[in-house]
Design a protein around this ligand. Structure first.
Ligand code: BGC
Length: 333
């Protein structure tokens, strides 16, 4: 055998041995490797519900979602949280129409006052899909039930709190989320009724924030410019009080201006702790979401359900806050 063929022969054998070792090594690995568990377990659920908020990423609505999700888990419900990114009737309506078209078992939605809303709800209910309104009612529709704050009463409470805190003397500016949404109208009306007999309380102006932080801040700033006599504010939706406080702090007017807001978002509680916001109207968005899911199941099962369920509402001031916040309790549900 020539030297060359010996070398080729040796190389061939070495190559064969190396390949066999690789093959056995990786063959062994493949056989013993833990196969990835199937990521998406097909969840079994009893019902499919949709929750349609006014605004998806609004912290207030995230609390409604949280409550609904907890109940959904407990009762085997597939819960979808879908709706407008920013308060918008067309997107809101579209979400309800799509949910109805995909034949969900129930729709929970904020009730809107726009003219197309009631006929839409009536069409959906006529198709056999139950609808519950949450947070804001549309009592002239065929929705099967409402769960949420008694909005007139909550505004009335705010008025009484302002009278008590200002000793019945104040020039008030109201910033409301909307001039035409039922719950905002009710809150303003309740407030007006509460203060109307008070000689020392004057409502100087009512402005609209359109549920927008930027607009609420703009309006607060404008009011301070246009009405220097204003020394009290009432913000009727979750972000209004926060933005009024923001502007008031910016102009260092905390000691001159009284603020009463709505809801207990972390920022609101921070402003209460600092003394910039003096009081807020507590709502129970978590409970609204949780109970809405339970009510929907009861309705589907044909159980008797109250048509109007009012969740708790009350006034919170600095003394009602937890003494300290070491564990970061950021939320009052
Ligand atoms: C209202 C919600 C609204 C939210 C806006 C709350 O006070 O109850 O309907 O979407 O404020 O920030």
């Amino acid at each position: 055998m020539s030297r060359l063929s010996i070398m080729a022969y040796t190389f061939g054998i070495v190559f064969f041995i190396v390949s066999c070792s690789f093959a056995s090594f990786y063959g062994y690995k493949v056989l013993t490797h833990d196969l990835p568990k199937e990521e998406k377990k097909v969840e079994k659920y009893n019902y499919h519900f949709v929750l349609v908020p006014e605004e998806l990423d609004n912290e207030y609505w995230r609390l409604v979602e949280k409550g609904a999700k907890v109940a959904a888990k407990e009762y085997g419900v597939l819960l979808e949280y879908a709706g407008p990114k920013q308060a918008n009737i067309d997107d809101h309506v579209k979400t309800i129409e799509m949910s109805a078209a995909s034949k969900v078992d129930g729709i929970m939605t904020q009730g809107l006052s726009d003219e197309q809303f009631t006929p839409l709800i009536n069409r959906v209910v006529a198709k056999g899909i139950p609808v519950i309104t949450v947070d804001t009612d549309v009592s002239n529709s065929n929705r099967l039930a409402y769960i949420g704050t008694d909005n007139y009463y909550s505004g009335f409470l705010a008025g009484k709190a302002l009278i008590a805190d200002t000793k019945g003397k104040a020039n008030v500016a109201i910033i409301t989320g909307s001039f035409y949404k039922n719950h905002q109208i009710q809150r303003v009306k309740g407030f007006e009724d509460a203060v109307k007999a008070e000689k020392g309380i004057h409502i100087v102006t009512v402005e609209e924030s359109e549920i927008s932080r930027v607009k609420a801040a703009e309006k607060a700033y404008q009011i301070l410019q246009d009405h220097p006599e204003v020394n009290a504010f009432f913000g009727t939706s979750a972000l209004d009080g926060i933005e009024i406080a923001h502007v008031v702090e910016k102009y260092k007017m905390q000691n001159k201006i009284y603020i009463i807001g709505f809801d207990t978002l972390p920022e609101t509680l921070d402003y209460i702790r600092k003394g910039t916001i003096k009081a807020t109207v507590v709502q129970e968005p978590y409970q609204m979401g949780y109970e809405a899911v339970k009510m929907m199941i009861d309705l589907i099962k044909g159980k008797k359900v109250a048509t109007i369920v009012h969740t708790d509402t009350r006034i919170m001031r600095i003394n009602d806050l937890p003494v300290s916040n070491p564990g970061g309790i950021r939320e009052v549900k």
